[in-house]
Ligand binder design. Sequence first.
Ligand code: GRF
Length: 321
Amino acid sequence: MTDKTKIAVLISGAGTNMAALVYASRIADAPYEVVLVASNDPAAPGLALAQAEGIATFALPHRGMTREAHDAAMEAAVLQAGADHIVLAGYMRILSDGFVERWAGRMLNIHPSLLPLYRGLDTHARAIAAGDSHGGTSVHLVTPELDAGEVLAQLRVPIVPGDTPDTLAERVKLAEHQLYPRAVADYVSRWRDPVRLLDRVRALALALPETDERESHGSPGFRVGGEKGGKFFAYFSDQHHGVAHIACLVRTGSMDELLALVEDQPEIYFKPAYYGASGWVGIILNRPGVDWDEVAEWLARSWRSVAPRRLTRLIDAADAF
Ligand code: GRF
């Protein structure tokens, strides 16, 4: 998968986090690219850097505009640039609820405290005044409530004797420049993270009656029917035999069905090595927009095709009506 996630970075000031995001995106294999840097302040120093780096920029002062109108103009620029995630990096504007809700799950922020401590402003002064041993930084999803969305990543930064809010802020920024690019990269890659994908398949497979998990030829496999005489109805396959797919393998009804699926929807289905010969189909999971209800249906169908009769009798009876 070579397609990079396109992100727009919104800034109001120096833009050092934006710069960290840009340079990390230039390292080989980065999963995202910065397609726009936008600001509510045309004089934000970060804009000049973005321009010099050949990145599209957009600036619109908010003075004299309603919050909704200003947000709408920023959003239009983001969409125009083709971005599918928004990354706030020192963007000092509260966003309207509508804007935030439209980007739910696709908008991240970095905040200079160990959330849930010290939401809002003056975080470093508050941490020092409280006598905390550490300040720090948090990357979180943006929700309508300020600095309250799910925390994705944090780094702790010690407070040392003599620290002022400025000296602490400077050290926290060093940590931010490491954390933010990594957190954004992990977040936009989550749809192809094998650990997450296996977790989802496992949860769906083991939710079916009388199932257990057992490794088979190095892959996690899922069986029905108990310790003895159990039968496999699914495998999780992480790029086996040189294929680029992370997949869930399930049983189809016949070789004809398998071949038709692969021919009609090659972006979803493939014929796996070895298992394909006995009618198993691979459902590709490392692609955006997987329909997990469909995966669940396939698992249930595959389960049913090998589950002992005592388990399927009720379902068969219901089907007969
Ligand atoms: C960072 O400390 C960030 O946590 C906060 O604003 C500051 C932005 O700094 N939200 P910069 O513009 O990235 O240098």
